[in-house]
Design a protein around this ligand. Structure first.
Ligand SMILES: [Zn+2]
Length: 727
């Protein structure tokens, strides 16, 4: 059996996953399902990229250790994939213990196979001493993006990877394997970048603590490149045994037969995947992936998604909103994301567009076809698939059969080329033909004619004709269920069940495209009651619901206390590499190829430095925004440590109307006993959340002092009653 290994990038868990990260994961899920139905043995990997100073800092701000923090954030991703119905999934995270083995193993192989490929060199860069943060590479002056102060020029001994030695080999790779980078227009960008000359890259850092230790040098940790990219191998058991476990052998080394490895990524991290990653693998003497596919970004109504604009789109409320009207939310979202734009290019997301697509393509074209057909099977054929009499087949029936076959071929062909929107176009063309076929052949009129003719010979003939038409329509629907299953798993399964196929053909996910044969629909099979698979959505009502749920979801994002400290954390990690990349603008051009007005946001967030990342300015808010934050005075009635969390205290706070449980990250600076009776300020309308499994219902306001962010609780000089509102 041929192997297929597909990966999403590992996501940077400094924020909740939005529709951008969901997009890549959905695409990979579609491809994984597709390849399984083509007869491949498939492994599908996603995960989280959990190291680096940005997460270390975010953890400190949340009063957690980095390990506790990333473990909490990781869950958000795992939960979302469950909600999106994405299964058969492997999950790798870079804080998992065997990842250390993987990364160090990759490095040692490079050192062994290619002496001199890793060397110690003098790294120069700008560094903010007070924020302990690398700002940029090279000596050009740069300001810290957190405190704004000019960053100091530092020089430290780091380890370098001799990327310059790989220029010729990489160019040959691109020449020999044009499919290595797709779409092809991105290959051109990669080629011209490499032709422009490669400089060695620094692959370790001395001043970052939260990372994988460099072997035999406790002063250094791996920088992002080796750490993040090697996760693709860890996820299939590279750390096991001497040469990797059985899955690594099977899916990466292809020891028991041929296979393909495909990395699906957003275009912003193309260089690291198409240049650094093959170089690391070549240095280690490991096989290369077959294809790096870089897709475009998702805009929200032509605009950048950002928290400060409050227009970040999350998948959960979309699904809930659609499902509240009986529509299959997951399938609708999947279909919309894949159909709307040619895969690879940027795409714009809007609720309006989603509803429109759903109503026209799913409810109207496919849904009506399915509903009409099963209704007629129930009404005219006693709720069963009619008999297919070869002699009753007319030319127009034969044309449908031929069309089903040719569209199956075309649909798969586009799928194999990752041209997902055109693959769907193809199938919808076929669905259009079918709807026309029913209108022209009027099985309902044939049925009426038959009833009036009663038991006569012409009546029999008419009923045979009607059977032929309905068999044709039902068989075409069975084909549609199979062909659309990768994109619409839930709805295709409903259709499959309605047609009664499972009983004699097995589960839909086990169907094979290459075994799909016209005429396999079994006459006499009971069909289900006609239930609309895609109920039509009322546009105004759905829009209102979408906005309402999306707004509630965005409320969770609003930064409260510590806003100023948190805001810079959302920025892309430094502008490391900015210097080095300056003379080679090739890959940057991808970011301005379309829609010059809009500023795109990378689909999945990553910590790979983005040459165009900008320093964020804390957004201003209106008085109305501020009024949304309800702060009240409270009195601490009880305080105790949270077991297993060094920084957390569990407090019971009397806010006048009730006693609230609040978890605060102040345990290192406040003794629980001394807090009893203290008057504090509580943000009371914050959504409850769990910290280390303990529910926290509100937030205590504190100043954050010094470099380490020591918390100092806000209190009052005068006696104030519990529950007084702060304005
Ligand atoms: Zn600073």
């Amino acid at each position: 059996m041929k192997k297929f290994f597909i990966t999403t990038p590992i996501y940077y868990p400094n924020a909740r996953p939005h529709v951008g990260s969901a997009y890549t994961t959905i695409v990979c899920d579609v491809l994984a399902r597709y390849k399984r139905m083509c007869g491949y043995d498939v492994a599908f990997l996603t995960g989280t990229d959990e190291h680096g100073e940005k997460l270390e800092r975010a953890a400190a701000a949340a009063g957690l250790s980095p390990r506790e923090f990333v473990a909490e954030k990781r869950e958000l991703f795992i939960e979302l994939w469950k909600k999106l119905g994405i299964d058969n999934l492997r999950f790798v995270y870079t804080d998992q213990p065997d990842h250390i083995t993987s990364v160090q193993r990759m490095l040692k192989l490079a050192q062994k196979n290619a002496p001199g490929i890793i060397y110690k060199g003098q790294y120069q860069g700008r560094y903010c001493v007070s924020d302990e943060r690398y700002i940029s590479d090279g000596s050009e002056p740069a300001d810290c993006d957190i405190c704004g102060r000019p960053a100091e020029l530092i020089s430290e001994e780091n380890y370098f990877f001799r990327l310059s030695a790989f220029q010729e080999r990489l160019l040959k790779l691109y020449e020999d394997h044009p499919e290595f980078v797709q779409p092809s227009y991105r290959m051109n960008e990669v080629k011209s970048f490499v032709k422009g000359g490669l400089r060695d890259i620094s692959v370790s850092r001395r001043r970052i603590k939260w990372g994988i230790p460099w072997p035999d040098d406790p002063e250094q940790v791996f920088y992002v490149w080796y750490d993040a990219l090697t996760s693709y191998l860890t996820g299939i058991g590279y750390a096991q045994g001497e040469n990797g476990g059985p899955d690594f052998q099977k899916y990466w080394l292809h020891t028991d037969g041929p296979g393909e490895v495909v990395h699906m990524i957003g275009k912003d991290i193309l260089r690291f995947h198409a240049v650094y990653w093959p170089a690391f693998l070549l240095a280690a003497g490991l096989p290369l992936p077959k294809t790096i596919f870089a897709h475009g970004w998702i805009y929200y109504e032509q605009d950048k998604m950002s928290k400060s604009k409050g227009n970040v789109v999350y998948p959960e409320p979309i699904i809930r909103a659609l499902e509240s009207f009986g529509a299959p939310g997951n399938d609708a979202l999947r279909y919309y994301l894949l159909r709307e734009a040619p895969f690879g290019q940027d795409t714009s997301f809007s609720y309006d567009g989603l509803i429109q697509r759903y109503n026209s393509d799913l409810a109207n074209d496919l849904g009506n076809l399915a509903n009409r057909t099963t209704t007629m099977l129930n009404r005219y054929c006693g709720g069963a698939v009619p008999l297919l009499r070869r002699e009753e087949r007319f030319e127009q029936d034969q044309r449908v059969t031929e069309s089903a076959k040719s569209h199956t071929v075309a649909c798969r062909d586009f799928f194999d080329r990752y041209d997902l929107s055109r693959s769907l176009d193809q199938w919808w063309e076929f669905i259009g033909e079918l709807n026309k076929y029913l209108v022209v052949n009027e099985p309902w009129a044939v049925a009426a004619a038959q009833r009036s003719l009663d038991q006569s010979a012409p009546a029999r003939l008419a009923s045979h004709r009607r059977d032929a038409i309905l068999y044709t329509a039902a068989e075409a629907l069975r084909f549609s269920a199979v062909m659309l299953y990768p994109v619409l798993p839930r709805s295709a399964e409903s259709l499959w069940t309605q047609l009664g196929c499972e009983e004699y053909l097995g589960k839909i996910e086990n169907q094979r495209f290459d075994q799909l044969k016209w005429g396999d629909l079994k006459s006499g099979t009971r069909v289900g009651k006609p239930e609309p698979i895609f109920p039509r959505l009322d546009k105004a009502a759905t829009l209102a619901k979408l906005e309402e749920l999306a707004e509630a979801e965005r409320e969770r994002d609003k930064p409260m206390v510590g806003a100023l400290r948190e805001a810079p954390l959302q920025a892309n990690l430094a502008e490391a590499d900015r210097e080095r990349d300056k003379p080679k603008e090739a890959l940057k051009s991808v970011q301005t190829e379309k829609k010059p007005e809009a500023v795109p946001t990378p689909a999945p967030e990553s910590r790979t430095p983005n040459p165009e990342s900008r320093v964020p300015t804390p957004a201003q808010i209106s008085i109305e925004d501020f009024a949304k934050v309800e702060m009240r005075t409270g009195e601490i009635k009880a305080a105790e440590r949270v077991p297993g969390a060094t920084k957390l205290l569990k407090l019971q706070v009397d806010i006048g109307s009730e006693v609230r449980q609040v978890v605060a990250g102040i345990a290192e600076h406040y003794e629980p006993d001394k807090l009893i009776g203290m008057k504090v300020v509580v943000v009371v309308n914050l959504q409850p959340r769990k910290l280390r499994g303990v529910e926290s219902n509100g937030m205590i306001v504190a100043a954050s002092i010094g470099e380490e962010g020591r918390p100092v609780l806000v209190t009052f000089e005068e006696d104030v009653p519990n529950g007084a509102r702060l304005k």
